[in-house]
Design a protein around this ligand. Structure first.
Ligand code: ADP
Ligand code: ZN
Length: 277
């Protein structure tokens, strides 16, 4: 393929990852289309010309996808975020994972966060806003991002508005995942996750091939400490009280797209593409 020039029209952030699926390299774990572009270089394609939508009219601009996932715990925000990330080649920023990493590393704020997380309460704003602000100061989000688990309260939404303004960004979509409590409780209490690669299983609807071990990386699966009935109940209450009111805020801005939380996994990519274009 050396010497080949690929000219791509349309939303390159969609097309590049799709194209890469035909090549024997892994797209998983790559963040942002710049990384994907570097991988295209590694394949020996010397030039990738990208024609963005709008470029015919003389404005060349990147199509941005700046998304917030909003929905109760266990509604599948993380799963949907990964699917969106694969389709559009934009990174997921997951505050829950970042906090769990800090807990595992035993950092100062990890120690504080652990107590709140084990009870199912919100970790204090200064910690969470701090890690999000820090992430926004790093590269990789120029063409968009998916916030999974943030903002979770009015004061976090205020902080996010501030962070976005500082970075000259604005939100494009809020994806609201709708799911009833009964399904949530069933899902979370039977959820198992891989501490190594983040893969998620359900003891009945998506069991691992080998009981107790991750299909993708072979690590031992764990049940999160906050996936026990009492803590799940508290997480649902916290959601209703602190997070749900954000829907009103974003409804007023006309940003909300609703996705049912109980559709089949393999139907999700099509639903999302129809919704986001
Ligand atoms: P879920 O959405 O299933 O509750 P997460 O992994 O998003 O799972 O969150 C787990 C826990 O991490 C929360 O219960 C909370 O204690 C903490 N957490 C995650 N994101 C935030 C946030 N934005 N603000 C405060 N606490 C957070
Ligand atoms: Zn794994």
């Amino acid at each position: 393929m050396s010497g080949t020039t690929l000219v791509m029209y349309g939303k390159a952030t969609k097309i590049i990852p799709r194209m890469m699926r035909n090549h024997p390299i892994t797209v998983n774990g790559l963040y942002g289309s710049n990384d994907i572009r570097h991988s295209i270089d590694d394949l020996g394609i010397v030039n990738v010309l990208t024609q963005w939508r709008g470029s015919e009219s003389g404005q060349s601009g990147v199509i941005l996808m700046r998304i917030v996932m909003l929905g109760p715990p266990g509604s599948g925000k993380g799963t949907q975020a990964r699917i969106i990330s694969d389709i559009y080649g934009i990174p997921v920023i997951t505050t829950g994972d970042m906090l769990r990493e800090a807990v595992a590393e035993g950092t100062e704020y990890g120690k504080v966060a652990k107590e709140y997380m084990n009870r199912g309460d919100l970790v204090p704003d200064d910690i969470v806003n701090g890690i999000v602000r820090q992430r926004f100061s790093q590269p990789g989000i120029e063409e968009g991002f998916i916030l999974d688990g943030y903002p979770r309260s009015t004061s976090q939404a205020d902080a996010l508005d501030e962070i976005l303004e500082e970075n000259n960004q604005k939100l494009d979509y809020i994806i609201h995942i709708v799911l009833g409590d009964k399904t949530i409780i069933d899902r979370l209490s039977k959820r198992r996750s891989c501490p190594n690669c983040g893969a998620i299983y359900h003891l009945e609807s998506k069991p691992p091939k080998k009981k107790g071990y991750c299909d993708q990386c072979g690590s031992g699966l764990i049940r999160r400490e906050d996936d026990n009935p009492d803590v799940i109940k508290n997480r649902l209450e916290v959601y209703r009280e602190k997070t749900r009111p954000l829907l009103e805020r974003y409804k007023d801005r006309g940003l909300i797209k609703e996705v049912p939380g109980d559709v089949k996994l393999d139907e999700l990519p099509d639903i999302i593409k129809k919704l986001l274009g």
